[in-house]
Write a protein that binds this ligand. Structure first.
Ligand code: ZN
Length: 173
């Protein structure tokens, strides 16, 4: 079990485009289990993308923990194949932008194709919180953060908030 360090803005590595996973080996299994350990250790996170811990792979773990029930899902090489025109605006946060929340507009429904650890292809229409979460996480694989959808002023505020958040955490730990 390893809890990895989560990169925070303005770390440049969060802006990299991640690469397709091609080796479905023991290393990949270990990375997946480390990602879940890191996600659960965060306390409030529901999704984590590999680039958030400095691993440049198209790999995401999600556990919405809806109604207190754990339901971990692994998304390898996920792709959005279609998205609904109907959108909604929801407040989002990010483990790489601790202490900052803002409203982001996203499609209500997305059809996603991905591979599992067994290399089998899956394709599903995702709705609700899962839809928002997978869009947010796939953005990470392309080096996009939710604050990239906001004005420059709000982006600056986010960076300031994270600085403050990290300072306060240093004091208490
Ligand atoms: Zn995020």
């Amino acid at each position: 079990m390893s809890v990895l360090e989560i990169l925070t803005i303005p770390d440049k590595r969060l802006k990299y485009k991640s690469l397709e996973v091609t080796n479905f080996d023991k290393d990949l299994e270990k990375t997946v289990s480390d990602l879940f350990d890191t996600l659960y250790a965060s306390g409030n996170g529901i999704g984590l993308a590999a680039p958030q811990v400095g691993i440049k792979k198209r790999l995401i773990v999600i556990d919405l923990k809806e109604e207190g029930k754990s339901s971990p899902i692994i998304f390898i090489n996920p792709k959005i194949v279609s998205s609904s025109n109907e959108c909604s605006i929801n407040e989002e946060g990010c483990l790489s932008i601790p202490g900052y929340y803002a409203e982001v507009k996203r499609s209500n429904i997305v059809e996603v194709e991905w591979e599992g650890l067994d290399r089998k292809k899956k394709r599903e229409k995702l709705t609700g919180l899962m839809s928002i979460c997978i869009q947010h996480e796939i953005d990470h694989l392309d080096g996009i953060l939710f604050i990239d959808y906001l004005s420059n002023l709000k982006k600056k505020r986010a960076i300031e908030k994270v600085k403050k958040y990290k300072k306060n955490n240093e004091k208490t730990s």
